[in-house]
Design a binder for this molecule. Structure first.
Ligand code: F6R
Length: 612
């Protein structure tokens, strides 16, 4: 949430900052701003998107080789020009951009006010920049770096910050606690960003900051230390990302591009994990902890949103095939509800970004309680990936559309690999079944392609339902989480209210919603729940609901029963979630486009939720 960028070197900072903010816009898009040093510190900021900022700045002098920038997802204070970042301290000595939340800002603000400090905005960030200035002006020996560290030592909450001091203009000070920060290393220049996407245009050598790190960066040097002033050795990591990954190419939206990338991203996720002769699943990142997993008393999978849906698929698969008890929890609930944990529990966090605040906090809590903690993340080097005892990367590549699509199928792919590997290791499935299921998984990319080519049909069905106000999504077993995910996709990008339900629960309430205006999307692929879901279809039909069914090719029985259908190729139920979600992603996408919504950046959302 919120994206921050910075540049220090010999180039003009502004184009680098603006391009960086465009890349980070998925993290928040309420307002944007930049501060550039050129003899004096100049701040330009406004409500709206990065494009609005560019228009706002068009006729202004923006030259200068040191700068910081921000794109905001509002926490404290409504999105407006005043609350936009960068924030400047009262006497103009410091400008600062911030991602995160200063939880004790009210108390700090009250103390600063008592010392005569006045505020222009409603933000917690302006409190922090003034606290820095307060320490700077108070102590004779206090330089900018010391002032930043002193201020951070008083702060409760999360931050990724970049600060420029007017009087020490040849440096940018950055610090991290809870909100990600990456420093790109160029030749005689450094780049700063919330993630590596703005940096890869210039360098692939980066340093991921850890919590409590403070970096003092000039164009020729980088010093890393803790808030308490202990030197820290830094590790340079090579980022494996190309510019092409960050562009839409021929697609109208990132979301559409990412939906169409799924044959490749699913394959990338299992390639290297299925042996070339397709007889073995190898999960290298779990090697050290595998005995713990195999003998776990219980596996708890935590996540938020789409990642939580992938966790639910994992629960069905692991319990069914490996026969290990699994619980799935919303990270936001788990972290606060004092769960009973022991060293025999394994807690797996699923997170595309690897930075979701609730998931990270829940994981830390599980670790403190003695559980083994694992991560299934997409972003390499992310906080969750670094803090866990082991894990599996999803290899979906950069996901820029705010609505998760390819990350979900990559997560489900990992869940499938894990369930099968555990089942085999625990002797719960025969070699024959194991080999057959590996084969089924390896055929998924081709089957996904065959669904994607049917996009004109899906678009035409979307056109029929685009004006509905509500939709109900139903599924059973492993396809229940698919129904939940389908409903989430629709509501988050088209703002059409949609509910996902376990089909068997329909009679216990939601059936009251069914009338001839309600589209009911039923995930009815052939599996051992099929007869039951057909009964649910009959119940909806009897009440004149409009049924859109996801069905297995060749299932002619349902054709006369439903209004519209999306066919998916025949597959083993273990891999059907990977197919069934594809038409639902496209259905949501087309409806959102037809409703004129901003598909890639839906209102109020942000890609990486680094605040509670
Ligand atoms: C929905 C979506 C969100 C995320 C959720 C968790 O399309 O993308 O629901 O799944 O915010 O994010 P990660 O996976 O980064 O932890």
């Amino acid at each position: 949430m919120c994206g921050i960028v910075g540049y220090i070197g010999d180039k003009n900072a502004y184009p680098i900052l603006i391009q960086g903010l465009q890349r980070l816009e998925y993290r928040g898009y309420d307002s944007a701003g930049v501060a550039i040093y050129n003899g004096s510190l100049t701040v330009h900021k406004c409500k709206g998107r990065v494009a609005d900022l560019e228009r706002h700045i068009a006729d202004k002098d923006i030259s200068g080789c040191i700068g910081i920038g921000h794109t905001r997802w509002a926490t404290h204070g409504e999105p407006n020009d005043r609350n936009a970042h960068p924030h400047t301290s009262m006497n103009g000595n410091f400008v600062l951009v911030h991602n995160g939340i200063i939880e004790n800002y009210a108390e700090l603000k009250a103390d600063l006010k008592k010392n005569g400090i006045t505020f222009q905005s409603d933000t917690d960030t302006e409190v922090l920049v003034n606290l820095i200035e307060y320490f700077y002006q108070k102590g004779e020996e206090v330089n900018a770096e010391i002032a930043v560290r002193l201020a951070l030592s008083k702060v409760v909450g999360a931050y990724g910050i970049a600060v420029i001091c007017k009087n020490e203009k040849d440096q940018i000070i950055v610090a991290r606690k809870g909100s990600p920060l990456v420093i790109g290393i160029g030749h005689g220049e450094y780049f700063i960003a919330s993630d590596a996407t703005p940096i890869v245009s210039y360098t692939n050598s980066v340093i991921y900051l850890n919590d409590n790190d403070v970096a003092i960066i000039t164009k020729d040097s980088l010093t890393l230390k803790t808030v308490e002033n202990t030197p820290v050795a830094f590790k340079i990591t090579k980022v494996d990302m190309t510019i092409g990954d960050l562009e839409k190419g021929d697609f109208e939206h990132f979301m559409l591009k990412e939906i169409f990338e799924q044959p490749k991203t699913i394959e990338d996720t299992f390639r290297g994990r299925i042996s070339p002769d397709r007889t073995e699943i190898v999960l290298g990142g779990l090697m050290d902890v595998f005995p713990k997993l195999v003998n776990a008393r219980r596996i708890i999978i935590i996540g938020c949103g789409t990642s939580w849906h992938a966790a639910l698929v994992g629960e069905y698969l692991i319990e069914e095939y490996a026969r290990i008890p699994v619980e799935v929890e919303y990270a936001s609930e788990f972290r606060y509800r004092n769960p009973i944990l022991s060293a025999e529990d394994v807690v797996i966090a699923i997170s595309q970004s690897g930075e979701t605040a609730d998931t990270l906090a829940a994981l830390r809590m599980a670790k403190e309680n003695g559980a083994t903690i694992l991560g299934i993340c997409n972003v390499v080097g992310s906080s969750i990936a670094r803090e866990t005892d082991g894990g599996v990367y999803t290899h979906a590549g950069v996901e820029i559309g705010v609505a998760s699509t390819k990350a979900f199928t990559a997560q489900v792919t990992v869940m499938t690999l894990l369930a099968l590997k555990l089942a085999k290791e625990r002797g719960k499935i025969s070699s024959e079944v194991y080999l057959n299921l590996i084969q089924e998984l390896s055929e998924i990319p081709g089957k996904v392609k065959s669904i994607l080519v049917k996009h004109p049909h899906i678009k035409s069905v979307a056109a029929k339902y685009k004006d509905a106000s509500n939709a109900l999504y139903l599924g059973r077993g492993c396809l229940f989480p698919v129904a939940l995910e389908g409903a989430l996709k629709l509501k988050e990008i088209s703002y059409m209210h949609a509910e996902g339900y376990a089909a068997g629960e329909m009679k216990h309430g939601p059936i009251a919603l069914v009338d001839d205006n309600l589209p009911v999307v039923v995930v009815a692929a052939k599996d051992h729940y099929y007869e039951k879901i057909v009964s649910n279809i009959q119940e909806v039909k009897a009440r004149k609901g409009n049924i859109i069914a996801v069905v297995t090719e060749g299932d002619d029985g349902l054709k006369g029963m439903v209004n519209d259908l999306f066919e998916i190729p025949k597959s083993h139920p273990v891999v059907t979630p990977l197919l069934a979600i594809i038409p639902l992603q496209l259905f949501s996408y087309y409806i959102a486009v037809m409703r004129g919504c901003d598909v890639d950046q839906p209102r109020n959302l942000a890609k990486s939720v680094t605040v509670e």
